[in-house]
Design a protein around this ligand. Structure first.
Ligand code: BMA
Length: 381
């Protein structure tokens, strides 16, 4: 080959690479996430959740792979959901409480093994979401200790601000350790759902214990610190209230469109024995409308009924009311809480009376389990 031909080939390769990376940048900037520098996979996840919302709803469970009712194994790919229907959930929730205080979180899940399960879920194409029942910075007790005001003390200038930043530093390190790939390691996208259920009063960040301004300031600081100071770029941010009355109520503590990717709702009340599915549907309709108006993702971020006393709960209380409503059904995912023990579980386990009904539920095409997960980590437009 002459020198000229080699030079031409090199030039073509360089031009193609430049064109390819330009096209990639173009695609990414199209997708508006809180973190403008979010990784391509993180942006793709946001875009795909938004575009698939309602067509296919991911089914999730907290801690699904870590343990179930009467078992705990870290080296097997097991979940109660899989034991019952043959497939893992397509979304799994994880909890950061006690990070940095020892090897285990508040529910005795090892942070080290959690990293492995997060990778496993990502590798099957599923989604990971993280919540944080953060300890009380004033008393050193847990997140349910609401005796003293905490939020102002951890804001910039507050007595415990440095301690709060130190927690975020640990979190950033943990997030950065969630990587896949051999030579070019890429961080796994995560949905982060801090300071949840603040419309209730049971956590120190709840409505009775801080003002809307303080809550928003805390949210803004947290997001800015993670993305700007710590250069964490694999997060989507989910704001999730407990039950709310109307749009104004939902929005009272809302940190703003620039700080939220996913609008969530945690609702156990409307799905309990005394709850009404009309109330659930009304709230989900509002949630979907608020999210769609803002170009955000609507999510049913937590639900369930403890110990599932109603054998037909899965189809009668959860699936049918939501799926049959043209607006409420446009959520991207729903997640039930953890399977801790026989009197504290929100998913089925083998031989539980709701198992048969769960099988029917799991076969509904609207719901997504392992094996039917759409490609969420590539941009499709
Ligand atoms: C609560 C309960 C607790 C648990 C906490 C954090 O709803 O399940 O047992 O410690 O969540 O995961």
């Amino acid at each position: 080959m002459t020198k000229q031909i080699i030079q031409s080939i090199c030039l073509i390769i360089v031009i193609s690479l430049l064109a390819f990376s330009w096209a990639t940048i173009e695609n990414i900037t199209f997708i508006k996430t809180v973190d403008a520098k979010a990784t391509k996979a993180t942006k793709a996840l946001f875009d795909n959740l938004k575009r698939n919302a309602g067509k296919q709803v991911l089914f999730g469970q907290e801690d699904a792979l870590a343990y179930g009712v009467e078992w705990k194994e870290w080296n097997k790919s097991r979940s109660d959901i899989k034991d019952v229907c043959g497939k893992h959930p397509s979304l799994v929730g994880w909890e950061m409480s006690k990070l940095g205080q020892g090897p285990l979180n508040i529910d005795s899940v090892s942070f080290k093994h959690m990293r492995g399960w997060i990778k496993e879920i990502y590798k099957i194409g599923g989604v990971n979401t993280i919540s944080w029942h953060m300890d009380n910075f004033v008393t050193g007790s847990d997140s349910w200790d609401v005796g003293e005001k905490v939020v102002t003390t951890i804001l910039p200038g507050g007595k415990h601000h440095a301690a709060y930043k130190a927690k975020l530093d640990l979190f950033a390190d943990y997030l950065k350790s969630l990587k896949v790939g051999f030579i070019f390691q890429k961080p796994i996208p995560i949905i982060f759902r801090p300071f949840h259920e603040h419309t209730g009063g049971w956590f120190w960040w709840g409505r009775p214990h801080c003002t809307a301004e303080e809550y928003k300031t805390l949210w803004h600081f947290t997001v800015d610190y993670l993305k700007n100071e710590k250069q964490v770029h694999n997060l989507l941010y989910c704001y999730s209230t407990d039950v709310f009355k109307d749009e104004a109520d939902y929005m009272e503590f809302y940190p703003g469109d620039d700080y939220v990717d996913i609008l969530g709702l945690d609702d156990y009340h409307d799905l309990s024995v005394k709850g009404k599915s009309e109330d659930l549907v009304r709230r989900l309709r509002l949630l979907v409308e608020m999210a769609e108006q803002r170009g955000k993702v609507p999510a049913f971020s937590e639900t369930g009924q403890e110990a599932i006393p109603d054998e037909k709960w899965w189809t009668e209380r959860l699936l049918n009311p939501i799926k049959s409503d043209p607006v409420a059904s446009r959520i991207a995912y729903l997640m039930v809480w953890r399977n801790a023990r026989k009197n504290h579980h929100y998913g089925p386990y083998p031989n539980h009376p709701s198992t048969r009904n769960f099988l029917t539920f799991s076969k509904d095409n609207w719901l997504v389990f392992e094996g039917r997960i759409p490609d969420l980590y590539r941009i499709h437009r």
